[in-house]
Design a protein around this ligand. Structure first.
Ligand SMILES: C[S@@+](CC[C@H](N)C(=O)[O-])C[C@H]1O[C@@H](n2cnc3c(N)ncnc32)[C@H](O)[C@@H]1O
Length: 215
């Protein structure tokens, strides 16, 4: 474990110029060609999670995919619960997360695993709600997104948490795929109904307990 940590630090140092140049390339591509349209580059999304996440909190991620964000969150926060129904995705994620000791992976849909996790949590909790069908090896269930079920469940257990942050990803889908995704007004009404504040940044709808800062 110590050897792994030293090796990781060393590799990070060596690879830094390449990673830096790669990010500059992604950013300029996003700025000049995509005109900052959604979705932003992955590392930009990660900054959003870092800025809005509560220090020392526990995260619940729906849709592990290959475990990239799971790994990022585990490096910056106390613990990550992550749910993934696609066997193929989970196999890769398990490999990518083999050294991350503060991660629990759940094989199954949100509909199956989310409530059990929520009911076991207390303290400061952050949610990265990103479980949905997105082509390729990702899972397609009866509905493309379990977001309504997830928000219903959070509402049920909200009283057990101290402070809560909820980030809902890919909200452009509310415009692009009206058949499968709720309208943005649904999220606004949900936040109002539980007395939480909200904001939209990049491609995410962000809901926070009152008193937590946005800027
Ligand atoms: C956009 S990817 C997630 C990306 C990942 N959270 C990240 O930040 O790198 C969406 C994932 O949600 C998964 N998914 C699909 N339906 C789901 C459901 N009902 N419950 C949980 N996850 C689901 C898909 O298999 C896919 O891997």
């Amino acid at each position: 474990m110590i050897v792994y940590k030293i090796l990781k630090k060393f590799l990070k140092f060596i690879l830094f110029p390449f990673v830096f140049m790669d990010r500059i390339r992604w950013l300029s591509d996003w700025f000049f060609f995509k005109k900052c349209s959604s979705p932003p580059p992955h590392f930009v999304k990660q900054s959003l999670l870092l800025r809005h996440g509560i220090n020392n909190s526990v995260w619940v991620e729906t849709g592990t995919f290959l475990g990239q964000t799971t790994k990022f969150l585990s490096e910056h926060f106390n613990f990550v619960h992550s749910i993934e129904p696609s066997r193929k995705c989970l196999r890769v994620a398990k490999r990518n997360l083999r050294f991350s000791k503060n991660v629990a992976l759940y094989e199954g849909t949100s509909e199956l695993c989310f409530e059990k996790i929520c009911s076991s949590l207390t303290g400061d909790i952050c949610f990265w709600l990103d479980g949905h069908y997105s082509d390729g090896i990702t899972f397609k269930g009866i509905t493309d997104t379990p977001i309504l079920f997830e928000l219903d469940t959070i509402k049920k257990y909200l009283g057990n948490f101290s402070n809560t942050v909820i980030l809902i990803d890919d909200i452009r889908s509310s415009h692009i795929d009206k058949e499968n995704y709720p309208p943005l007004s649904f999220y606004v009404n949900w936040a109002d109904s539980v007395g939480m504040d909200w904001i939209i940044e990049l491609d995410s709808f962000i809901i926070k307990s009152k008193g937590l800062t946005f800027y």
